[in-house]
Design a protein around this ligand. Structure first.
Ligand SMILES: NC(=O)c1ccc[n+]([C@@H]2O[C@H](COP(=O)([O-])OP(=O)(O)OC[C@H]3O[C@@H](n4cnc5c(N)ncnc54)[C@H](O)[C@@H]3O)[C@@H](O)[C@H]2O)c1
Length: 448
């Protein structure tokens, strides 16, 4: 029987459930839940109650101000951070200072100063910090890594990457805490950390400089006016336009959302259903970036959050050809019990256009479960690590976490100052993550 690793979780909202249930369920032989911490006492108690339903044991619950006491009382080996993005740095650093390893949800943190401090604490304490990039584990995305690594199109010289968030999932970012940069770092950090991490890892490189343009084009009071939603309130619950508004979110009618958020409002006053057209929103919904990478590649990237379908198109232009990849994801509202990001098999394809030869499609690796099949494989790797080496090196540490947010943080500075921003001016001297070797610019090229 292996020794059990002891885990405490900070942040008991929608996302933590996956980790809690894995520790208490499938990985119970290897893992133990020591405590739960949140600034919302109601949500923390709700989670403890669910844990008791699963195991018969109620884990202790701590307020955010009692985080140190939780560590002292319950002595976890590892702290799992699933709180609001802007609070990650505080818990990551304190957990490491108190002798724990850390697993954190993305984004590692939300701005350059916090990023520097997290890296300093990691260096000073020598503790391990793991960032859970579930997208790397989703089979079609792992397959893209495998193909690029194999040299199928030679070395990648440029990338066109366009991410679509639809009017269901995309709109949800404008209802929740994510709508303010101080909480999430904007969609360029909160959401695009996934996208920029994938590109760093797929290409085996890191960003050098970023130029960004963008605006809030759709989720604005003017759009509500154009729909004729003139009597809209600041939140959906009780809104006079509820019956007419296509963006109305009925938390009272959804048992999961009601239990997790509506019933817990008395503890922190947080409304999960704020109006998507509010002028209190300060993040952008339409952005375009050019990113130059240390290996010489250049990427054109866009993110639009008001699209009729959700997913992405990416094209890699290489020295031996071109690889096109498209994924349509299903629609979901986070926290309502549906499967997030499940991939419709017919909506994902990979096509290769070699130089001097006919184009062909490649069968896509099958994906089952949340986030394109990535969540289950990530959990297996976290809680029951396979001894076999991972040929794609999907585990991400503090370096991968930092590089993944630097593109978005640089883009935020670029939007503000209207100039190209380098990663090095934000976090000087950051080391490269460990990536598998990639095709080199000096490799011979076949003529046929
Ligand atoms: N990898 C993925 O695909 C994925 C998916 C969803 C969420 N996430 C990440 O997981 C994290 C949680 O997101 P969520 O969807 O569960 O949000 P959520 O709003 O449901 O939960 C956030 C929790 O943090 C708590 N919190 C807020 N401030 C706190 C503080 N100062 N101290 C302690 N707790 C605090 C809130 O009360 C809430 O319980 C975020 O960082 C998000 O980016 C990742």
């Amino acid at each position: 029987m292996p020794d059990k690793t002891r885990y405490a979780i900070v942040g008991t909202g929608g996302r933590h459930e996956m980790y809690r249930d894995a520790i208490l369920g499938e990985y119970a032989a290897r893992a133990e839940l020591t405590g739960l911490c949140d600034n919302n006492a109601g949500r923390a108690r709700l989670s403890a109650g669910r844990a008791a339903e699963l195991t018969g044991v109620t884990p202790p619950v701590y307020a955010d101000t009692d985080f140190d006491r939780m560590i002292a009382d319950t002595r976890p080996d590892t702290v799992i951070v699933t709180s609001r993005d802007s609070t990650h740095d505080r818990y990551i650093r304190r957990a490491m200072e108190l002798g724990c390893n850390v697993i954190t949800e993305k984004p590692m943190t939300t701005d350059a100063e916090k990023c520097r401090r997290v890296l300093e604490t990691q260096r000073a304490t020598g503790r391990s910090l793991r960032i859970t990039f579930n997208y790397r584990y989703s089979p079609p995305r792992t397959q893209i890594k495998d193909l690029l690594q194999s040299g199928i199109i030679g070395e990648v010289l440029s990338v066109d990457f366009h991410w679509m968030l639809d009017i269901h999932h995309g709109a949800d970012y404008f209802r929740r805490w994510h709508r303010n940069r101080e909480n999430s770092g904007s969609l360029l950090v909160h959401k695009a950390t996934h996208h920029f991490d994938l590109v760093n890892w797929w290409l085996g490189t890191v960003p050098q400089s970023v130029y960004a343009t963008g605006r809030r084009a759709f989720y604005r009071p003017e759009t509500a006016g154009r729909y004729g939603l003139d009597k809209r309130a600041e939140r959906c619950h009780g809104c006079p336009e509820a019956a007419r508004c296509p963006f109305f979110l009925d938390m009272a009618a959804n048992p999961c959302l009601k239990a997790l958020y509506l019933d817990q409002e008395e503890y922190d006053g947080y409304h999960r259903d704020q109006c998507v057209f509010s002028d209190r929103i300060d993040i952008k919904d339409s952005v375009a970036l050019t990113v130059d990478y240390q290996n010489g590649a250049r990427m054109s990237y866009s993110l639009n959050a008001f699209m009729p379908w959700e997913g992405y198109c990416i094209v890699f232009n290489g020295s031996k050809g071109r690889l096109e990849h498209k994924t349509e994801e299903t629609v979901y509202v986070n926290g309502d019990g549906s499967v997030p990001g499940a991939v419709k098999p017919e909506g994902t394809w990979i096509r290769v256009y070699p130089h001097f030869a006919a184009a062909y499609e490649i069968p896509v690796w099958e994906a089952v479960g949340g986030h394109g099949g990535g969540d289950d494989l990530l959990l297996r790797d976290l809680f029951n690590p396979d001894a076999a080496p991972d040929p794609w090196m999907r585990r991400a540490d503090h370096r991968g976490g930092a590089w993944s947010i630097l593109t978005g943080i640089a883009a935020n500075v670029s939007l503000r100052e209207q100039r190209r921003v380098t990663a090095d001016e934000l976090v000087p001297g950051l080391e490269m993550p460990d990536y598998p070797p990639m095709p080199a610019a000096t490799d011979p090229l076949p003529l046929r």
